[in-house]
Write a protein that binds this ligand. Structure first.
Ligand code: NI
Length: 134
């Protein structure tokens, strides 16, 4: 019996979307307001879902307390109140789009959740979100 269990989390972070090979006009054309050279913030909403068999002994797919602590340690402490471009290693050479942030989150969590299927849903705004399953 396989179930998907989910944990919601939240972080605020600043970013700028740009390619350094392009001038400001081209960056503005492609990335819009997200290319503002002085950075800007988003309130990111994250849903981390883990699919697996229910352990007959505990009745859990995963102990949600463990998942909560993992998301806090690996994601919230790593990204919350950070300037993604400047302060977060993964984005030194990677554009911090919502797509790329979701992939980075997946890659940070997956080694700790080897025996589960992992799904990341990341909202950059209430209406814009991406899903990544590896
Ligand atoms: Ni933005």
């Amino acid at each position: 019996m396989k179930l998907k269990v989910s944990r919601k989390a939240h972080f605020n972070a600043a970013h700028r979307l740009y390619k350094k090979q392009w001038d400001d006009a081209k960056n503005l054309e492609v990335f819009g307001k997200c290319s503002n050279p002085n950075f800007h913030g988003h309130n990111y909403e994250l849903i981390v879902s883990v699919t697996g068999e229910v352990d007959p002994e505990t009745g859990f797919v995963i102990d949600l307390k463990v998942l909560k602590q993992l998301v806090q340690r690996e994601i919230e402490e790593h990204l919350d109140h950070k300037n993604l471009n400047i302060e977060v290693e993964e984005f030194k050479h990677l554009n911090p789009t919502v797509e790329n942030i979701a992939v980075v989150i997946y890659n940070r969590l997956k080694p700790h959740l080897k025996y589960f299927e992992l799904e990341i849903v990341l909202y950059e705004t209430p209406r814009n979100f991406v899903t990544y399953k590896g």
